[in-house]
Design a protein around this ligand. Structure first.
Ligand SMILES: Cc1cc2nc3c(=O)[nH]c(=O)nc-3n(C[C@H](O)[C@H](O)[C@H](O)COP(=O)(O)OP(=O)(O)OC[C@H]3O[C@@H](n4cnc5c(N)ncnc54)[C@H](O)[C@@H]3O)c2cc1C
Length: 323
């Protein structure tokens, strides 16, 4: 799907599996992508975030679509954009409780990605700089979780940032990975955790391959995290499982509505369900990706189409039925 954090490899991506995808003209890719990308500039993304809050009471987390880091200059541009994002959020005039957080991917700041045998040089330094700016500006940060090659690195980065005094930093745990059960009990106390099934296809030796089982783990892990005092961000578009989280898991743990939220992707048609959650007083946040140009977004989205050709059908269906 048009998921901003998907995408193995930001470097020398494999050739498109489906050569037909290459033939889809940019205007058509853009047509399919439109609902999922908040624009081709930070200004447009901030306008989208503002509208979500003012019109629908929805919170946001901002993400820059930043792939294929071949040159140091691209890594530096991504870093600079995140610093600008922290500044823009602080200057937005939104009330503190409505300020978007920033979601970032460690692979956006290195020309030496771990999945290609690299050492992620530059990534930790960039994240530290962003964390520092975010702290100065009072902006929350979440480190997205990428493929299994990045799990150790990302959790270590989280621990280091936490040890350096950064407190408004959250992480993502993928329930498909077998290791997650151990990872969640080793997290820094009380940090924010976004729970997802995980978008990366991982081998059966390290991960579940059955979706319902991954979702059942979402409930199980959410309960453990809430009981351990973490703020839980339950990220899923599956109404059934989101309802089970809100109506079964949360009451069982006895935590208040200030200890969790539900998250979905910008553009995925869940308007009515989100409104229902808001009426119940449940916090809801959208993951809002933007690009610095449509060319960048289209390159990224073409790859997503290549990975999930079914999304063209899904998007068409979604355009006619909003729920
Ligand atoms: C806010 C947020 C942040 C995330 N961060 C990460 C991360 O850091 N790392 C990571 O590995 N994964 C991340 N994910 C992705 C997550 O791991 C899942 O792959 C994704 O959410 C799909 O799983 P689902 O629970 O929505 O269930 P699914 O069964 O996949 O989806 C339920 C239904 O929702 C609809 N749907 C789902 N996705 C889309 C879409 N893109 N477009 C249109 N309809 C759709 C479909 O109709 C589908 O039948 C994130 C997801 C969200 C919502």
């Amino acid at each position: 799907m048009f998921v901003a954090f998907v995408g193995p490899g930001r470097h020398d991506p494999p050739p498109l599996v489906n050569p037909l995808i290459r033939c889809i003209p940019p205007f058509l890719v853009r047509f399919f992508a439109r609902p999922y990308v908040a624009g081709d500039s930070l200004v447009k993304a901030m306008a989208a975030v503002d509208k979500l809050w003012r019109d629908r009471g929805l919170l946001s987390t901002l993400d820059l679509l930043a792939e294929d880091i071949h040159e140091e200059a691209q890594a530096q541009r991504n870093l600079q954009t995140y610093l600008d994002m922290a500044d823009a959020v602080a200057a937005s005039g939104l009330p503190a409780e409505a300020r978007p957080t920033l979601s970032l991917k460690p692979s956006s700041y290195t020309t030496r990605p771990l999945q290609d045998g690299g050492d992620a040089a530059g990534s930790m330094a960039a994240m530290s700089a962003i964390a520092e700016r975010a702290r100065q500006r009072g902006v929350g940060l979440t480190i997205d979780m990428e493929s299994r090659h990045w799990t150790d690195f990302t959790l270590q980065a989280l621990r280091e940032l936490h040890a350096a005094g950064h407190r408004d930093i959250g992480c993502v745990l993928q329930t498909r990975l077998h290791r997650t059960e151990q990872d969640l009990v080793a997290l820094p106390a009380g940090i924010r955790v976004r729970l997802v099934i995980g978008i990366y296809r991982e081998p059966a030796e390290v991960a579940l391959t059955d979706k319902p089982a991954m979702k059942a783990r979402m409930l199980q892990f959410a309960e453990t995290l809430l009981r351990r005092g973490h703020y839980v961000e339950f990220a899923s578009h599956d109404d059934t499982w989101v309802r089970r989280f809100v109506e079964e898991v949360v009451p069982k743990t006895g935590v208040g509505k200030d200890r969790f939220e539900v998250q979905m992707l910008y553009g995925v048609p869940r308007d009515r369900f989100l409104a229902e959650l808001r009426r119940q007083g449940v916090r809801a946040r959208l993951y809002v990706p933007f690009a610095l140009s449509w060319a960048m977004a289209i390159q990224y989205l073409r790859r997503r189409l290549d990975e999930y050709p079914a999304m063209m059908w899904l998007v068409t269906k979604n355009l006619v039925s909003r729920r």
